[in-house]
Ligand binder design. Structure first.
Ligand code: MEV
Length: 314
């Protein structure tokens, strides 16, 4: 039996713009995890049974369509390892990462499966390979993903990410505390990324200007985090949120949580991830975190997570 896990992630700055080659910052969130166990069982060689109780999926691999993300990731690891006839196996998948909420559930499940299966066969894949294979599966989830989710989750370190460029891990000079608030509204990233693409195609100059401003914020935020000037992050979050509003990816529920966090004393707040639902984040002082969390729950948050970003979130 082999078990692997992968954390969730949160985007601090730069979502959507990152799809068009602009920089973004993301960190792993270890309070939520995808966990995959691979066990040998009785049966016919080549038969792989997938159990994913969180999504009520209990199925043989061969009964799933080949573009189903779980089938695709299992097929991709078998082919990467050159295994054509595996022994009969059960692949058990569980996750505490809410689905379609901007916390990277799809990428985390793929990465935990890639690691658990490759370790089971005694050929653990290196990180670059895990991330690249997970990226192929991300395309099934997201259409035209930037690759930030599979990167930050594979390396489980804070990343400054630019599409198609070598990853840069950034340093966190001084810990800071984030409150994550879940609207409880599932919002598939693929649809929102597709809508932003249509708007960008219709008004390329306006959208490039917005993305450029987002890039400036991401660069300033990285500098602030690396120099320990974390008090600057709140205002940068508010600025980034205003630009996400211009991209039309906020929603009444996200607005309610962002406003509630600011009104309860957060230093800044923004939506995080694809938007139109999913999660928002707020920069909070540790002493205020519980009070602001209560304000979010009162304003409709399904759940909240308080997390301290230290750079050692592994
Ligand atoms: C999703 O976590 C972040 C987006 O920027 C999409 C992507 O980067 O692939 C919205």
């Amino acid at each position: 039996m082999t078990t692997s896990s992968a954390p969730g992630k949160i985007i601090l700055f730069g979502e959507h713009a990152v799809v068009y080659g602009f920089p973004a910052l993301a960190v792993p969130i270890t309070q939520v995890q995808a966990i995959v166990t691979v066990t040998e069982r009785d049966g016919t060689p080549g038969e792989i049974f997938i159990e994913a109780p969180d999504i009520s999926l209990f199925s043989n691999l061969e009964s799933l369509p080949s573009d189903h993300p779980l089938a695709a990731v299992i097929q991709s690891v078998l082919s990467a390892l050159g295994i054509s006839s595996p022994p009969p196996l059960t692949v058990h998948v569980t996750s505490t990462i809410p689905v379609a909420s901007g916390l990277g559930s799809g990428a985390a499940v793929s990465i935990a499966i890639l690691r658990a299966l490759s370790a089971f066969f005694g050929q653990p894949l290196p990180d670059e390979r895990v991330s690249a294979l997970a990226y192929e599966v991300e395309k099934l989830h997201h259409g035209t993903p930037s690759g930030i989710d599979n990167t930050v989750i594979t390396y489980a370190k804070p990343v400054y990410f630019i599409k198609n460029q070598p990853i840069e891990i950034f340093q966190v000079a001084k810990p800071f505390t984030l409150l994550i608030g879940d609207t409880g509204i599932a919002s598939p990233t693929r649809a929102v990324v597709g809508d932003v693409r249509k708007l960008w195609e219709a008004e390329p100059v306006r959208f490039e200007t917005i993305f450029d401003s987002v890039a400036g914020i991401a660069r300033k935020a990285r500098k602030a985090i690396e120099s320990g000037e974390t008090h600057l992050l709140g205002a940068l979050m508010n600025e980034n949120h205003a630009l996400l509003q211009e991209m039309t990816v906020s929603s009444p529920e996200l607005e309610r949580l962002v406003e509630a966090a600011r009104a309860a004393g957060a230093d800044g707040a923004k939506l995080s991830g694809g938007g139109r639902g999913g999660n928002m984040i707020a920069l909070v002082r540790p002493a205020n975190a519980k009070k602001i969390s209560a304000a979010l729950l009162k304003s409709g948050a399904r759940q909240t997570i308080i997390t301290t970003i230290t750079g050692l979130n592994v």
